[in-house]
Write a protein that binds this ligand. Structure first.
Ligand code: FE2
Length: 199
């Protein structure tokens, strides 16, 4: 059985970018709900003893997916995606500290500049129709890239790709503060991104 991961910071630690109220609902209701659903779906099945990534991959590989494997994939993937999301964020302490030199050097090497990467993430986020996720992943040769997935989609389908960082762009991630303005949420989130996931 799975448990909701422990949040690596207090629920008000990402303010003002992400409010305590947003995290309270997002982590305490949405993420918890995916964990609870997943546990119900795997109970007394062969999935019960599998690791989370394995369940995501197994459920994703079922073709055609029926309602049960669809639910299993959606809930397992949403647990995995949210786990990485919370670990892709960190408090901006001390305020304005910015990213580490190592992360900045890594980003500059592959994207030319931090602004260029932010622009790419903003474009991919705002062009994604409906709910989804924006990822920074790396290929087998360690070169990183930005991509989006729809709904509960994850890059785990491709064994040659490693997800490093993810931003949740479902409306439940920002609606309480930013209403329907996804780009305002993305603009506000930079100081609390855990860029050390990259370097
Ligand atoms: Fe979410």
């Amino acid at each position: 059985m799975f448990e909701l991961m422990k949040l690596p910071y207090a629920q008000d630690a990402l303010e003002p970018a992400i409010s305590k109220e947003t995290i309270s609902y997002h982590y305490g209701k949405h993420h918890q709900g995916y964990v609870d659903n997943l546990n119900k779906l795997i109970k007394d099945t062969a999935y019960e003893d599998m690791e989370l990534k394995e369940i995501v991959r197994e459920a994703s590989a079922q073709t055609p997916r029926n309602d049960k494997t669809n639910s299993l994939f959606n809930n397992a993937a949403q647990v995995y995606n949210h786990n990485l999301y919370w670990n892709s964020l960190k408090p901006d302490e001390p305020v304005g500290i910015g990213m580490s030199k190592a992360a900045e050097a890594y980003i500059s090497e592959y994207w030319g500049s931090v602004d260029r990467l932010k622009e790419t993430i903003t474009n991919v986020s705002t062009k994604l129709f409906g709910s989804g996720w924006v990822w920074i992943c790396k290929h087998e040769d360690d070169s990183p890239f930005v991509r989006a997935t729809h709904d509960a989609g994850t890059p785990l389908d491709d064994p040659l790709v490693t997800p490093l960082l993810v931003i949740d762009v479902w409306e439940h991630a920002y609606y309480l503060q930013y209403k329907n303005d996804r780009s305002a949420y993305i603009d506000a989130i930079w100081p609390v991104i855990n860029w050390d996931n990259l370097a």
